[in-house]
Design a protein around this ligand. Structure first.
Ligand code: HAM
Length: 421
């Protein structure tokens, strides 16, 4: 019997994992500069957290959650996204009382959604996300967006675009919701069963329906931008102003609604416009969620954040033919010729590593030629060759792979010699 991994998951093997590590390092450096601190929350949470936090009318909650009952008969769910858990933690640990506000957090880790797998869509995927909780100044919205844009820029992506919308505050949304219900209700029986349920619960989501997207009532639906009250418009204008000040280009899209329920005011996505990029072009999504801390039992603390998956980021890099500068090299490959020499090579390899050097040796007692081939494959800068004669003289032969130049180095000096090179 043999086993394969479950649909929608992937093994990330050596050779590829270095790219992930590189990206993780860039995100960490960026977050440090922007002063976002790492938070690690559990991979599973109480199911109710997502029902309340993400919203029980969303596709994520209705169709995509990996929920299970544990032995204590509690319903738990593998996290489909990071925001609900982070905000839960913010409330639980009373971070609203921290001296520094807003609280700026980042996370990186696997998320789980039971979706139909296709290019760029997995059932387990890794999100990098940030959340800034405790400010409703549009400058923090601009900062959050700028961090995502900066990450893509640092990794070399050029063909990306930022799409922006405002979902307005509660009052604007209530007015818009009423207008949407009045618009769709007379002909709601022409829509799918999901949309029929959405009509009273969350009619905005009808605009986002994949099945009914070509229905004529979608294109003629009342636009939220006509229902934004003055406060919401002012907020949105200020955000655009800050982005302009930062020199970040954006497009406005009044039809951008996000798939999760907690959003208001700012909603944004970053898409790849690279030719040949798959059907799913959204690389990153985020927005503002004033009210979520209260929904999860805390005091009012307005928040904003985004998340992006490393899988889609890698796909975008590939579409733009960008090679990450992942360096996978060795300082020295240690070659032993003979049993006594092998003893010394085992010792020197261990000692060189203690001194922080990247070295490798042969573990299969192969011929010199095969060992030299390995050195070449592992991109070793030097090979050190030790035979019985050299050993008797207290020396080791060190060869620089690129130039082919060789020199005899005293065994006592060998590690120091490598350290200097
Ligand atoms: P989301 O739009 O559901 O938002 O997901 C954000 C990003 O996660 C997407 O843009 C995409 O890069 C990635 N993603 C989502 N589903 C998949 C999948 N099945 N396979 C691969 N990548 C995927 C959120 O999750 C919100 N929590 C973002 C947020 C943070 N809003 C405020 N703060």
């Amino acid at each position: 019997m043999s086993f394969n991994i479950p649909r929608g998951t992937q093994d990330i093997l050596p050779g590829t994992v270095e790219k992930w590590q590189y990206i993780e390092q860039v995100t960490k450096d960026l977050c440090e500069q922007y002063q976002y601190k790492e938070i690690r929350t559990p991979m599973f949470e109480h199911t109710e957290l997502f029902e309340r936090g993400v919203g029980d009318t969303t596709d994520v909650v209705q169709k995509e959650m990996y929920s299970f009952q544990d032995r204590g008969k509690r319903s738990l769910t593998l996290r489909p996204e990071g925001t609900a858990g982070v905000v839960r933690s913010f409330v639980q640990h009373k971070m609203f009382g921290n001296a520094n506000q807003p609280v700026k957090l980042f996370y990186q880790g696997p998320m789980f959604r039971y979706e139909r797998p296709q290019a760029g869509r997995y059932r387990q995927f890794v999100q990098f996300g940030i959340e800034a909780i405790g400010s409703d100044d549009p400058s923090i919205d601009a900062e959050v967006i700028s961090l995502a844009m900066e990450l893509y820029k640092r990794l070399g992506l050029k063909e990306i675009k930022l799409v922006l919308n405002s979902l307005g505050d509660t009052a604007s949304r209530v007015a818009h919701k009423e207008a949407l219900i009045a618009h769709f209700e007379p002909r709601i029986d022409e829509f799918c069963s999901d949309c029929q349920t959405r009509l009273t619960k969350n009619p905005l989501r009808i605009l986002d329906c994949k099945k009914d997207r070509d229905h004529e009532l979608i294109s003629t639906a009342p636009s939220l931008k006509d229902y934004l009250n003055e406060e919401s418009s002012t907020y949105f204008n200020k955000l655009q102003h800050y982005l302009t000040v930062m020199g970040i280009d954006f497009e406005l899209d009044p039809n951008l609604v996000r798939g999760l329920d907690y959003y208001n005011h700012t909603a944004f996505e970053i898409m790849s416009s690279a030719e040949g990029f798959g059907a799913i072009t959204t690389l990153c999504g985020g927005g503002r969620y004033n009210g979520l801390t209260e929904e999860l039992g805390g005091p009012n603390a307005p928040g904003i954040g985004f998340a992006l998956s490393i899988e889609r980021l890698l796909a975008a890099l590939e579409a733009e033919n960008i090679e990450l500068p992942v360096e996978d090299s060795l300082v020295c490959y240690m070659v032993a010729m003979g049993d006594e020499a092998k003893d010394k090579i085992v010792e020197l390899t261990f000692k060189a590593r203690q001194q922080g050097l990247k070295v490798e040796m042969d573990f299969q007692n192969r011929k010199m030629k095969a060992q030299l081939k390995s050195a070449d494959r592992l991109k070793a800068k030097y090979v050190a060759i030790l035979g019985d004669n050299e050993l008797a003289d207290g020396n080791i032969m060190v060869k620089e792979m690129e130039s082919g130049s060789q020199e005899m180095v005293s065994l006592d000096q060998f590690i120091e010699h490598l350290k200097q090179s």
